[in-house]
Design a protein around this ligand. Structure first.
Ligand code: ACO
Length: 320
């Protein structure tokens, strides 16, 4: 018994900010951003919240799956930018969509968040505990950016993607996942700082910090290795895969992964041109775009891969 994706959905904030728009408020340019990252625009939330975007994406996924919210047993949201420290985004989503019978919780695995959510849903469903799960990757990263730090704030965007998975004989074939906490400070953001009366000098709230070159080195070595691992375990070749749906951090990382796998770059669809990097939202939003464009047929083999802060990573191969 495995899990199969039977519905997808996504939601992006209404407000689009191009590289040229950013160049009006900081010392940057479309040329600098697009030549180094492939990013040309991103959606930034004004009114929308992480939970609201998640719920909209979830409703689309449920509709395609022809499933009612009350039939869900499990809701897992991958996010590092929920609206509250507590309740979890997953509990908020449960309430917004009326999934009264589901158990709901978040996982924080940064850009691997959707993948870790899917792997967790697999574990529950494979073991027979649950049958139907809603998995979501969603972020409002713009609230965690230092808008005075042009080296990070231009890279990220906001949005949510969702998938409904159910117990089936075919679907997820193999997955791998990993973490390396010793490299956590390569990409980090502190939580609210302790300001209790015992603390003498509480410092200001923190924003996302990134050592871009270290992240790049990590991604271009770990991602191809994890993809090769799952393909080998599934008895498949690179040529058997219709699409590789990678976390959308940077076009250079995606091109490097394609080269190292000796795969056709056309098999790597992207959203980063118009979305930027949406951390846990990247993979499910891309999957939904590919699905909605009718690019997937039943039986196609696809690879999903996420990688990011923690450090964390995951790759999976599945039959559509
Ligand atoms: N506009 C203009 N100039 C800029 C900007 C900007 N937005 N940001 C930085 N610069 C300047 C810097 O100040 C520096 O100037 P200096 O040489 O005068 O000091 C110069 O550009 C080069 O800066 P670097 O940080 O060395 O730029 P680099 O070439 O390494 O590119 C980048 C940065 C694109 C982030 C690169 O390191 C990279 O691709 N990293 C991969 C990691 C990544 O994509 N992370 C995304 C999030 S992580 C994840 O999702 C897994």
């Amino acid at each position: 018994m495995t899990i199969r994706i039977i519905g997808t959905g996504s939601c992006l904030p209404e407000n689009i900010v191009t590289n040229d728009d950013l160049a009006k408020i900081m010392d940057t340019s479309d040329e600098w951003i697009s030549s180094r990252t492939g990013i040309r625009a991103r959606h930034l939330a004004k009114e929308e919240t992480t939970a609201q975007m998640s719920a909209k994406a979830a409703k689309q996924a449920l509709e395609e799956a022809d499933m009612k919210a009350e039939d869900l047993d499990l809701i897992i949201v991958g996010t590092l930018s929920g609206d509250y420290v507590t309740p979890s985004t997953a509990c908020e989503v449960q309430s917004l969509i009326g999934a009264d019978h589901a158990v709901a919780f978040d996982v924080n695995a940064a850009c691997s968040g959707f993948m870790f959510a899917m792997n967790t849903a697999y574990a529950y469903i494979h073991s027979g505990i649950y049958k139907n799960a809603l998995i979501i990757g969603a972020e409002t990263l713009s609230k965690l950016m230092d808008w005075n730090d042009r080296s990070t704030c231009v890279l990220f965007g906001d949005g949510a993607g969702a998938a409904v998975v159910t117990a089936d004989d075919t679907g997820l074939m193999k997955f791998t996942q990993g973490s390396d906490g010793s490299k956590g400070m390569v990409l980090a953001c502190k939580n609210r700082l302790n300001n209790n009366p015992l603390v003498q000098n509480p410092t200001e709230p923190d924003y996302v910090y990134m050592d871009g070159q270290e992240v790049y080195k990590f991604a271009v070595s770990t991602v191809p290795a994890s993809i090769k691992k799952v393909l080998e375990e599934a008895g498949l070749e690179v040529s058997d895969i219709k699409y590789f749906l990678l976390h959308q951090a940077n076009i250079r990382i995606i091109q490097s992964v394609a080269k190292r796998l000796k795969a056709d770059p056309d098999k790597f669809p992207t959203t980063l041109e118009h979305c930027g990097n949406i951390s846990a939202g990247s993979v499910p939003i891309l999957l939904d775009e590919v699905n909605k464009k009718g690019m997937l047929q039943r039986g196609d083999k696809i690879v999903l891969a996420g990688f990011g802060a923690g450090l964390t990573w995951s790759a999976s191969v599945m039959e559509w």
